[in-house]
Ligand binder design. Structure first.
Ligand code: HEM
Length: 311
């Protein structure tokens, strides 16, 4: 039987619970994706998306981007050499004015279908006072009560050689809208041009705690680090509301563009303070009916407020 709250949780409750799951608060840091590093670059659309969406950054003009790679943990000192998701948050500067964001993780599906499930999961993952780790019995009880989440929760994110050798999924469905108002559900994935290259468990165990940050600086110095933006086109009955369910592999996919990192931002501190916006779409793109996506609209500003208040 499910133990989720009957009343939907608030952003305040969920961010409180995320803090407890992370073993406390880390002043000035994001409540998830706490340690990160930012790079500038460019995004050049292929033009293949232009008949499907009017979004300005997906037409023909190259636009500047800022990318933040992160370790998904809330503790900024968390080790990189363990199988946790990594983040890739991208801000596209729009050709005329403003910006739009695309936030992705190195796993194809999320661990909860609803905010209620996510809230309950964060409680099950709180560290036990005696061991400092989540209590396996509590996690098992959560999975037993939510059998449809067993696969997503048990997925082992790879430990990549580099932030530049991981694939990143934006997970939720979004809706592209063309000039005539036609609507096309889509899902995004960043695919690394260097290929997906992971460490073995033995190699991962011997890496420096924060090796991914040092590695990506070196890699970008050595030459272009690039990703292509792959877009899966959903069909009639593909669910758009559930971030735990991937669409079938055989769906048509287009390459919407190529992102190239050119160097670290010169003001990491200032970028660390910024907040990316998971629902910050632009004309030609709409949010889907995914309740987790809608919930993030309140949770991110709550974390932003806390981290910039208690620096
Ligand atoms: C109920 C679901 C979720 C909640 C409550 C949640 C909450 C949060 C919060 C509070 C932050 C810190 C925001 C800040 O301080 O700026 C964050 C960061 C982040 N989240 Fe989520 N999240 C959820 C789902 C997801 C999903 C589905 C993805 C992937 C598509 C994702 C990817 C990320 C990434 C990459 C970051 C770091 C962003 C950055 O570099 O600024 N999250 N999340």
């Amino acid at each position: 039987m499910s133990s989720d709250t009957a009343v939907p949780p608030t952003a305040v409750q969920v961010v409180d619970s995320m803090e407890r799951m992370s073993g406390g608060t880390y002043p000035g840091h994001r409540r998830s994706g706490a340690r990160g590093v930012c790079f500038t670059g460019t995004f050049t659309p292929t033009g293949d998306a232009e008949g499907l969406t009017t979004a300005a950054h997906l037409q023909r003009r190259t636009v500047p981007v800022t990318v933040r790679f992160s370790n998904s943990e809330g503790d900024p000192q968390a080790r990189d050499g363990v199988p946790v998701a990594r983040g890739m948050a991208t801000r596209f500067a729009l050709p005329d004015d403003g910006h739009t964001d695309l936030i992705a993780l190195s796993v194809p599906v999320f661990v909860a279908s609803t905010p209620e499930e996510f809230f309950t999961l964060t409680k099950a993952l709180r560290p036990d006072a005696a061991t400092g780790h989540p209590d396996p019995a509590r996690v098992q009880a959560f999975v037993a009560a939510h059998p449809h989440l067993a696969g997503p929760i048990m997925q082992q994110p790879p430990v990549p050689v580099s932030y530049g050798t991981a694939a990143y999924w934006a997970i939720h469905a979004f809706i592209w809208v063309d000039a005539a108002g036609n609507r096309q559900p889509v899902r995004y994935r960043w695919e690394p041009e260097a290929g997906r290259v992971d460490l073995t468990a033995e190699e991962a165990a011997t890496q420096a705690d924060h090796y991914l940050t040092a590695e990506i600086h070196e890699r970008v110095k050595g030459g272009p680090v690039a990703f292509t933006l792959q877009v899966q086109l959903g069909e009639e009955d593909d669910p758009t509301h559930d971030p735990t369910v991937a669409w079938p592999d055989g769906r048509k996919e287009i390459t919407a563009g190529r992102l190239e990192l050119t160097g670290p931002v010169h003001d990491q501190e200032q970028w660390a303070e910024q907040g990316f916006n998971p629902t910050g779409v632009t004309a030609g793109i709409e949010l889907s009916d995914d309740p987790v996506l809608a919930f993030r609209a309140g949770a991110y500003p709550e974390s932003f407020r806390r981290r910039n208040e208690n620096r």
